[in-house]
Design a protein around this ligand. Structure first.
Ligand SMILES: [Fe+2]
Length: 345
């Protein structure tokens, strides 16, 4: 491949003339923006230990009252993007959020899509679009773009959840903003019960719901039972994985990021295909070793790690007797919609 001309090779007065007219020569930067063969991601394989971050999150609860923080979050920032940019990957933001008993996060909505994966504590709830969603370990709760949501906590112990947002992408698009609102009126009923049986949808008077996000809470007991049923039904199946979908469309639950749960059988090692999207792994139950481009991260319960796109990833259950359960978030819907989704042999 030809060595391309550098900026330093050009006469200084020529470069100055270009700058004066807001012009830039492409060739010195061409290889950086269009590298050969595969991208050069800024996203670095990174792991965040829950045991290490938890005391610092609890300390934040002492140092900063909720009124001064609004959202008491420690962001899981990827050093490859610069910590201050608060990105796990190009499109994914991760944050560990603490809500103390009696605290309340006022009703608001925003353009980025969010989900929360509950990490610890009982008694907290998120009200999304009028639906009160109780939070228990491993539950996935959606707060999609534009839907009103607020958090409250009637329990006795601190509650922690992992926020996963497409904030870096929406911010990059200069489309990120929020609006504060009135406390929501709670609508009775739980949509996850309406959609509790696979293949059966409510159709009052032959009509499907017009709601873009018909299901907002995916209880862990249901997801875990689905994984265990799949594993039992197909004993030879190598990848015991489910996707969190919109039950009305069968498509991904949200528009930009994809969400999944993976079960590793006792002692199982699973090599994932090399794919274009960046991927986040969060240990719900058990323990796994996630090896990203040869770099191994031992995940204990509530630990989180992230892998850049186009990485070789191997998942291994460290226990010979217990199953391992991982929550996975990735950029698949985004890559698919943009036509850049790729799987390499
Ligand atoms: Fe929010």
């Amino acid at each position: 491949m030809n060595e391309l001309g550098r900026l330093e090779d050009l006469p200084a007065d020529y470069v100055a003339q270009l700058r004066e007219l807001n012009l830039v020569p492409l060739w010195p930067s061409l290889r950086a923006v269009l590298p050969p063969g595969k991208p050069r991601p800024n996203t670095k394989p990174t792991c965040w230990s829950y045991e290490a971050l938890r005391p610092l999150l609890m300390k934040a609860g002492e140092l900063t009252p909720i009124e001064r923080a609004e959202r008491r979050v420690l962001v899981l920032a990827n050093p490859g993007h610069g910590l201050e940019n608060m990105k796990a990957s190009a499109a994914i933001y991760l944050g560990m959020q603490l809500l103390l008993p009696g605290e309340w996060a006022p009703s608001h909505r925003h353009t980025p899509n969010a989900v929360r994966m509950i990490v610890e504590g009982e008694g907290a709830y998120t009200t999304v679009d009028g639906q009160k969603c109780p939070m228990s370990r491993g539950d996935l709760i959606l707060t999609p773009t534009g839907l009103w949501h607020e958090h409250g906590h009637d329990g006795k112990d601190p509650v922690v959840w992992l926020d996963v947002l497409d904030l870096p992408l929406v911010y990059y698009m200069e489309a990120s903003y929020h609006v504060n609102g009135q406390r929501q009126a709670v609508v009775p009923g739980q949509a996850e019960r309406t959609y509790a049986r696979g293949g059966l949808l409510p159709t009052p008077v032959f009509e499907r719901t017009p709601k873009a996000y018909p299901m907002l809470r995916y209880p862990w007991v249901e997801a875990k039972a689905a994984l265990q049923a799949l594993a039992a039904e197909q004993p030879d199946l190598a990848s015991v994985q489910i996707t969190y979908v919109n039950p009305e469309t069968g498509g991904h639950a949200e528009n930009i990021l994809g969400f999944y749960a993976q079960m590793l059988r006792p002692g199982q090692t699973l090599r994932l295909p090399v794919r274009s999207p960046a991927t986040v792994f969060h240990q719900i139950e058990g323990g796994s070793t996630v090896t990203i481009e040869g770099q191994g991260f031992a995940l204990a319960e509530a630990d989180t790690c992230c892998a850049p796109g186009y990485s070789e990833i191997v998942l291994a259950n460290r226990s010979a007797t217990q199953s391992s359960f991982l929550f996975i978030a990735d950029e698949t819907p985004l890559h698919s919609k943009l036509g850049v989704y790729e799987v390499r042999a």
